[in-house]
Design a protein around this ligand. Structure first.
Ligand code: ZN
Length: 291
């Protein structure tokens, strides 16, 4: 008889960003890390960014799954804010294998290139990201197991970036959605900057729905919000609203204001900035420029 599987979600603090944007200070969106565990083993999905956050996550894992062996760290997509904690987690659990699709690993390696690591991550979070860094390793299959439970990697294409995935755990009807689904946090459109990419994102939401999950964990969520399937619909509504706002506004500042007004309770309005700039053909990574 297979073990009883359960899952817990950790939500990170909002890490202050050292670079001002539009003359304002800001902080990163809260990041979720999901621990799926059985009788004696566990799988962690995604990590946070900084050394302090990752140390906090490690203490949390020790608390909710004491004595369990971390077998895999699965990384949903290549953005560094979902995997920079890998080397610290592996220092604590040396046997844990960090895995991802080959496309995610290739994307992750790109995040360590000076153009992105030095220009974005190090400037945002100076001296807070563990060094030396280590990406996940490419996993040669779309499934893996833990205590006879199957974990399915589902590739869903371009969502908040290219080559994203979700992790489906059929035995508990769980989808760990990475940044395909957001939980009451402003969505990132810095890379989903065309209608066709946003269409792909909508298709990814339909793919998740076709799995018929009972629980859907967003990659960024407001602490305390429930991991219900309603998050799929609210993510879809936000994409459609953004698509409409792109067509009905004439500048990044107007687009920013419109999304801000439409979704006043979502966490981190600063996350709108990159998408607003990218939608009007501007470089979303030029932080010093005012809108
Ligand atoms: Zn992302």
């Amino acid at each position: 008889m297979p073990s009883l599987l359960r899952a817990d979600v950790w939500v990170s603090s909002r890490l202050p960003i050292a670079v001002q944007r539009d003359g304002q200070s800001s902080a990163w969106s809260p990041i979720t890390c999901t621990l799926v565990h059985g009788d004696s083993e566990a799988v962690l999905v995604d990590t946070p960014i900084s050394i302090n956050q990752t140390e906090e996550l490690i203490r949390w894992i020790e608390d909710v799954a004491p004595g369990k062996m971390l077998k895999y760290i699965y990384i949903t997509h290549g953005h560094g804010d979902h995997w920079f904690g890998i080397p610290l987690i592996q220092r604590r659990w040396p046997q844990a294998l960090a895995i991802a699709t080959s496309a995610t690993v290739a994307h992750s390696q790109g995040q360590l290139e000076p153009g992105i690591f030095d220009n974005v991550w190090s400037r945002f979070f100076p001296d807070q990201i563990y060094q030396p860094q280590k990406t996940a390793e490419p996993w040669p299959s779309n499934t893996f197991t833990m205590e006879d439970h199957e974990f399915r990697i589902v590739e869903v294409g371009h969502t908040d970036t290219h080559d994203t995935t979700v992790l489906y755990v059929p035995d508990i009807n769980l989808v760990v959605a990475g940044d395909v689904v957001y939980g009451d946090v402003h969505q990132f459109f810095g890379e989903a900057n065309t209608t066709s990419k946003r269409q792909e994102w909508l298709q990814a939401l339909r793919t998740i729905e076709s799995l018929n999950p009972q629980t859907v964990i967003a990659g960024h969520k407001r602490a305390g919000t429930v991991d219900g399937v309603f998050n799929i619909e609210s993510t879809r509504k936000y994409i459609l609203a953004f698509e409409d706002a792109v067509k009905t506004t004439s500048s990044p500042a107007e687009l920013y204001q419109k999304m801000h007004d439409l979704f006043p309770t979502r966490v981190n309005p600063h996350a709108i900035l990159s998408g607003a700039m990218a939608a009007f053909g501007k470089n979303p990574y030029e932080f010093k420029k005012k809108l």
